[in-house]
Design a protein around this ligand. Structure first.
Ligand code: CO
Length: 222
């Protein structure tokens, strides 16, 4: 009887065989370079996989996952991933994808001490505070929880748009565009929250404008 981790090696062997049988050059091509169009920022939840729900193949999606798909200005991991994806990989789309039944969001809705998780979950508690008026009018607890998942995605999209590298690249190339999605575990469907990227960028620029568009455009001409 194989141990659970040993099954993975068996699966891997089968996967390699199937890839090579479809295309003998598959791994030769894969090892050359990566050129993904998408950066996917999602939750670490084992059910909310990135590539599988998107039907994406290796090489197509650059991925960052953490508890409750948070983009925090002090988190070096998300800052580095976004900067690399935007400046070096030149991704066309940045997707923040939350999911209903998110344990991180649920924990943030519960006012209790969760030790080391407190500073992380505070990012989501802050989203609750920002939208408290709307959320507190929703009496049904499950619906309120669903709505906080959506609002958390929206706020994390705004956190991506606040970044100088995103603003600068967008002025230069009209890319990357930021999208907010929710994966519904109950149906398997991805829901597009249809965040208006242009409008959001304009709305926040009064406070968070980090790029001088004239300067960026003058660099482009050189
Ligand atoms: Co989650």
């Amino acid at each position: 009887m194989l141990q659970s981790y040993e099954v993975i090696f068996e699966n891997n062997k089968k996967w390699v065989e199937s890839k090579v049988s479809q295309d003998p050059e598959f791994f030769k091509e894969l090892s050359k370079t990566q050129n993904p169009d998408f950066l996917y920022i999602g939750c670490s939840d084992s059910r909310a996989t990135a590539e599988e729900i998107m039907g994406a193949k290796p090489g197509e999606v650059f991925v960052l996952r953490n508890i409750a798909n948070v983009v925090n200005t002090l988190d070096m991991s998300s800052a580095a991933v976004i900067q690399y994806a935007v400046e070096h990989l030149k991704v066309k789309h940045i997707i923040v994808c939350g999911h209903y039944n998110c344990g991180g969001v649920k924990a943030a809705m519960t006012p209790q001490d969760l030790g080391l998780l407190n500073p992380w979950l505070r990012n989501i508690r802050d989203v609750y505070r920002l939208h408290q008026v709307e959320l507190d009018t929703i009496e049904d607890e499950e619906k309120r929880y669903d709505r906080l998942v959506e609002l958390n995605v929206q706020e994390q999209c705004i956190n991506v748009i606040k970044m100088a590298c995103v603003q600068e690249r967008y002025i230069l190339e009209e890319y990357p565009v930021v999208h907010g999605w929710v994966f519904d575990l109950r149906t398997g469907k991805i829901i597009d929250l249809e965040i208006d990227f242009e409008k959001t960028l304009k709305d926040i620029q009064k406070i968070y404008n980090l790029t001088d568009s004239d300067w960026v455009m003058s660099r482009k001409k050189k």
